[in-house]
Design a protein around this ligand. Structure first.
Ligand SMILES: C[S@@+](CC[C@H](N)C(=O)[O-])C[C@H]1O[C@@H](n2cnc3c(N)ncnc32)[C@H](O)[C@@H]1O
Length: 208
């Protein structure tokens, strides 16, 4: 495991997002290994915090990150909800818009040639997707329906030896993240994956 990440913005703590430094490092290390097998696809980019870690790893190896998000926020980001950020609310449109902030963060990190934004709902984008993936990172909607859609529509594209990473996997049922825990259990029960590591709430699996 590396301890330093070349090109990581000095103000990474100021970038809006939901990722610990240890989880970011684990995403970076995983993407460095997996990007030799194929592109990385992330579901749920928000303002690009996780995308930065994935993108910096892929840039080193000439790889690509597809960063998928409709940029309208999950349930918990909407007005009146616990994780709502009024700075990310487009009052003219009357809805959340994280894409502007996402693009700024990607551009400032020099990752425009590495990160391909896919501004879409996960299910819609999956319909015609055909490329095998070196790594899939699931951090989209946390309802059971959304998590199941992400797992069912995208995990079949992970190539042998590739990585499936899932965020907000908590073994404690009183904590948030029971849908991510549910798809983590499905993946393990399928017999198709081995566990690589768990870092904070990030579970990292390898496709056998
Ligand atoms: C928890 S945030 C992602 C956090 C991000 N990975 C980070 O490092 O800060 C979840 C994101 O998933 C997106 N999202 C939720 N449901 C989605 C769906 N069905 N399709 C695409 N994006 C979705 C939301 O817009 C939101 O930006």
């Amino acid at each position: 495991m590396s301890n330093t990440i070349a090109g990581l913005p000095a103000d990474i703590d100021q970038i809006k997002g939901f990722l610990s430094a240890a989880e970011g490092q684990a995403l970076y290390d995983s993407a460095r290994q997996a990007s030799a097998l194929g592109p990385v696809l992330e579901i749920g980019s928000y303002c690009g915090k996780s995308t930065l870690y994935l993108g910096l790893a892929c840039r080193e190896l000439g790889g690509t990150v597809f960063a998928l998000d409709h940029h309208r926020g999950s349930e918990e980001h909407q007005e009146g909800e616990f994780f709502h950020d009024p700075d990310l609310f487009d009052s003219a449109e009357g809805q959340m818009d994280t894409f502007r902030e996402f693009r700024r963060n990607i551009r400032n990190a020099g990752l425009d040639d590495t990160v391909v934004p896919v501004v879409s709902d996960s299910l819609t984008a999956s319909r015609h997707w055909q490329s095998p993936l070196g790594m899939l990172f699931i951090d989209g909607g946390h309802s059971l329906d959304a998590a199941l859609t992400d797992y069912r529509c995208w995990s079949g594209h992970i190539c042998r030896g590739g990585i499936l990473a899932i965020h907000d996997v908590y073994h404690d049922p009183h904590k948030d993240g029971q849908a991510p825990w549910g798809i983590y259990q499905m993946a393990m029960a399928s017999g198709l994956y081995e566990k690589v590591q768990q870092v904070d709430s990030l579970a990292v699996l390898r496709r056998l």
